[in-house]
Write a protein that binds this ligand. Structure first.
Ligand SMILES: [Zn+2]
Length: 376
């Protein structure tokens, strides 16, 4: 089964919600691709999708704001709790609301080679198999402002905390009360806008995001397994679209086994534009990827003419499964494809279907990863 066939097979599922009705069939299909390897299913708990988490955050902050009008201190404390949770979540840190109900079961598929490696080097190839709720925030007209609107919303969350603090001590101030009401209405409108398309269209098909990444990771793994000296592990994560939940579950379980010889290569959305070595992500602050992996990949693009069109790129519209590894000190990189505007066309939209996939960046990602890490 080659990479293009894997993408087509995955895109045959209408959607791949991380805890949805297709989960079992998607996992069984993926497992069938590894007759000679050992597969392990890692189950974990996750919110159904990120809209559930966003609803908790926005309802929590709005309720906190409104309670402040009656019981200052209580409203302030509620706003602080949900406000801080939101700031953590939107800066891609673990947030307590990710454990709020309703929780569902999702699954990572971990695939290992049966033969024991000699070298201490461990390469983890990762890609998320799940797809996202369709949202207007990813429509071409909106997505260009994604990072700036996220930052504005985070500033407004900080403002909400300040207003509830002041109102606690100045309960008679009607100007503060007016500001609090306007802010809570604004947050509630944001929630409706973010989730409106989900109720019309459901989940994306995810042919590019991220059937292409899964196919690239699987194909690269099969190539790297030919080198018996190095331990190569393939991790196909669930619930990336909820907030990199599956990757976090894997990271937390295995972090004690990671050392300076552990390397993570994450593949995400390789179906349009040009392949990029992602060097920068993050929302309020930048997360910089600068390590031996990014160096080796970049130097390959300088040495080999067939990779000369591959450049580094930045991505600030949500984040990648690699974020926990990068923050935890594991050398990590994400390979993703961006168009000439620095965007991922069609993601989280009803247009992320096989007809709109260009396989070139995915095939480039496989060639580059195998070239660089085949003899690592
Ligand atoms: Zn993705």
């Amino acid at each position: 089964m080659n990479a293009i066939e894997i993408v087509k097979k995955l895109a045959d599922f209408k959607e791949r919600a991380c805890s949805g009705e297709n989960q079992e069939r998607v996992l069984s299909y993926l497992e069938s691709l590894f007759p000679e390897q050992k597969t392990e299913r890692q189950a974990f708990k996750t919110p159904t999708n990120y809209l559930v988490t966003v609803a908790w955050l926005i309802l929590g902050i709005s309720i906190g704001l409104l309670v402040t009008l009656k019981v200052g201190l209580l409203g302030f404390l509620i706003t602080v709790f949900f406000g801080v949770s939101a700031l953590l979540y939107f800066n891609w840190y673990a947030s307590p609301v990710s454990r709020f109900p309703p929780l569902r079961k999702s699954t990572n598929l971990i695939v290992r080679n049966v033969s024991k490696a000699i070298s201490t080097t461990k390469i983890i190839l990762m890609a998320h198999w799940d797809t996202a709720p369709i949202s207007v925030l990813y429509a071409p007209k909106m997505v260009g402002n994604f990072r700036s609107s996220l930052i504005i919303n985070m500033i407004l969350i900080i403002l909400a905390i300040i207003l509830t603090f002041l109102k606690t001590f100045l309960p008679e101030n009607y100007l503060l009360g007016g500001g609090i009401i306007i802010l809570s209405i604004y947050f509630l409108i944001q929630m409706v806008v973010a989730s409106f398309d989900f109720f019309r269209y459901g989940y994306s098909n995810g042919a590019s995001d991220n059937a292409t990444g899964v196919a690239a990771a699987i194909t690269s793994a099969h190539e790297l397994w030919k080198n018996k000296e190095i331990e190569t592990e393939l991790v196909l994560t669930g619930a990336e679209e909820v907030g990199m939940i599956g990757s976090k579950a894997y990271y937390d379980t295995y972090k004690n086994t990671f050392d300076e010889n552990t390397f993570l290569i994450n593949f995400d959305t390789l179906g349009a534009g040009e392949l990029k070595i992602i060097s920068k992500t993050g929302s309020m602050g930048d997360i910089i990827y600068s390590n031996i992996l990014t160096e080796k990949l970049t130097s390959a693009t300088e040495i080999y003419p067939e990779f000369s069109h591959i450049k580094s790129g930045a991505w600030h519209t949500a984040d990648f499964d690699s974020v926990w590894f990068q923050r935890g000190g594991v050398k990590a990189v994400t390979l993703a494809a961006l168009d000439s505007n620095g965007r991922m066309p069609n993601i989280h939209r009803e247009t992320d279907v096989i007809e709109n996939v260009d396989f070139k960046p995915m095939l480039d990602a496989i060639d580059l990863a195998v070239k660089v890490f085949g003899k690592f």
